[in-house]
Design a protein around this ligand. Structure first.
Ligand SMILES: [Zn+2]
Length: 91
């Protein structure tokens, strides 16, 4: 399995908190080696150090590598799925 490369463009998207999921061929998630937590690219969590970033195509792939989902991302994902939920935070 080829490792996903953190290009300058991907890093720029990460620090700009741009969600990449709609773009074909893009990694949907990044993991932080120092914390073993993974996030989607639109996550509002503090930005990691670039050298600690590892890219994943899917959440399942990140979990298989021993990373766990960031709590903020998990909440955002839940909201996206359940349309009837009352938003407790403005976007
Ligand atoms: Zn996150």
């Amino acid at each position: 399995m080829a490792a996903l490369e953190l290009t300058d463009a991907l890093w720029a998207a990460l620090i700009a908190r741009t969600a990449l999921s709609e773009q074909a061929g893009s990694p949907g998630f990044y993991g932080v080696r120092s914390t073993k937590v993974f996030c989607d690219f639109g996550c509002p969590s503090p930005r990691p150090r670039r050298e600690n970033v590892r890219l994943f195509a899917s959440a399942a792939e990140a979990e298989a590598a021993g990373f766990r989902r960031c709590k903020r991302c998990a909440k955002r994902a839940e909201k996206a799925v359940s349309h009837s939920a009352t938003p407790d935070q403005a976007m």
